[in-house]
Design a protein around this ligand. Structure first.
Ligand SMILES: [Zn+2]
Ligand SMILES: [Zn+2]
Length: 414
């Protein structure tokens, strides 16, 4: 308001000539019974063009809220007056736009939110500063805001002001932000959470506290609710054509089922594994990894059966050759081996098969294609070992891996 007053004052003092004539027009649709119809409509003459004259009238408290004005220009001065109005409006816009720039991104505020300390910022900018610290980025006061800004209302007055003053600038800004966050076709459109292993059809619970991952999570929730989870590659073991990278290149796509934000900003996320993928190419977006991925699918059932027939027809192996024996087992036998092992372990009340674990992961699945994922999710062995399942393309291959784990556990070689 002060910025507008300054612009008006400058022009009011500049113009000394032709006054703008204004006549009050009563608007009956606004319920103006307060004003008597018999009363003669007031007229005013104030210099400075329509905008300046109207503002001056209002600032003097003479312009009733329920009143419209009819303007009349002095003889032959209509064009001059119009030119003045255009200049004044342009200056008002410039002065107010400066005031509605966000102090974080220095762009015009987008969906402005006002903090309890009275500072107004773009919703996204405020959310991103809160990812790092619970302090106002302008005045550094502690901010007692709800951990998720989604329930915090926008500043309606500023929103209305912006939409009225500069709809084009707002529209351009909305488009620019959408552009920034929208990856192109076939580009790095999968955000990656590099941390641990997840498996298809299994739940994964995550605790997210790093600022970059809070941002990633918020974007996922606003988007398709999916992100990839990958294991951290501590020793930078080469990952085929990607070379030595900080993650193992096979991962699982997770879908966010539920997210709870704690008062300190940490998020507890419940997800479910959807499918496996391999990273084709990767990059960085605002501090977290993004990738272009290729889905890993199992071979067809016909191909699966052909491979099984080939393997079980192989000549018998020596008694001590455990892996040779596993290779020759029919797929159904491999699954039965796993299921029997589970019931045996339950009979012995193995701690890793407590009710709590079964409540989370469910009973062992009957589906041979899914058994290995369930087994890997509950079995207390290293992630490096479980990772062997990630690149498999046959059900049989996965069940042979689980059978090898069982044999090793049984022979107490672990
Ligand atoms: Zn901003
Ligand atoms: Zn502040």
């Amino acid at each position: 308001m002060e910025s507008i007053a300054e612009v008006v004052a400058k022009h009011a003092s500049m113009v000394g000539s032709a006054p703008t004539m204004m006549e009050e027009v009563l608007r009956w649709d606004e319920g103006v019974s307060l004003v008597s119809s018999a009363e003669k409509a007031a007229t005013y003459e104030i210099p400075g063009g329509r905008l300046v004259a109207t503002y001056t009238l209002a600032s003097q408290g003479q312009l009733s809220y329920y009143v419209d004005l009819n303007y009349q220009s002095a003889e032959g001065l209509a064009e001059t007056e119009k030119a003045i109005d255009v200049t004044v409006l342009a200056e008002i816009l410039e002065a107010t736009q400066r005031e509605v720039d966000c102090q974080v991104c220095y762009n015009i505020m987008l969906d402005p939110v006002t903090t309890p300390c009275g500072h107004t910022l773009c919703r996204k900018c405020l959310a991103r500063t809160l990812d790092h610290s619970l302090h106002c980025p302008v005045c550094r006061r502690g901010l007692a805001l709800p951990p998720s800004l989604s329930s915090q209302p926008s500043n309606a007055t500023i929103v209305e002001l912006l939409n009225g003053l500069c709809p084009d600038a707002i529209a351009a800004r909305v488009e620019a932000v959408a552009q920034e966050e929208r990856p192109g076709e076939g580009e790095m459109d999968v955000p990656l959470f590099i941390c641990t292993l997840g498996f298809p059809h299994q739940p994964t619970f995550l605790r997210i506290f790093e600022p970059r991952y809070k941002l990633m999570l918020r974007r996922c929730i606003e988007g398709n609710r999916e992100f990839g989870i990958l294991m951290y590659n501590r020793y930078y073991e080469p990952q085929s054509d990607l070379g030595p990278v900080h993650f193992y290149h096979y991962g699982t796509m997770l879908r966010i089922l539920h997210c709870q934000i704690l008062p300190d900003g940490t998020s507890l996320v419940e997800t479910r594994g959807m499918y496996r993928f391999r990273v084709r190419a990767h990059g960085v977006l605002d501090g977290y990894a993004v990738a272009n991925v290729e889905r890993i699918e199992d071979v067809t059932l016909a191909e699966e059966e052909r491979m099984e027939a080939l393997e079980i027809a192989r000549p018998a192996v020596e008694e001590g050759d455990v892996s040779g024996q596993i290779d020759r087992m029919p797929t159904a036998t491999l699954l039965a081996l796993g299921r029997e092992f589970i019931s045996r372990m339950r009979g012995r009340s193995a701690p890793w098969l407590q009710q709590r674990v079964l409540d989370i992961h469910g009973q062992p699945p009957d589906d041979a294609a899914l058994f290995a994922y369930w087994f890997a999710s509950v079995l207390p062995i290293s992630d490096e070992e479980k990772y062997k399942l990630m690149g498999t393309t046959t059900v049989r291959e996965r069940l042979k891996i689980t059978a090898s784990w069982i044999r090793r556990i049984e022979s107490q070689r672990w």
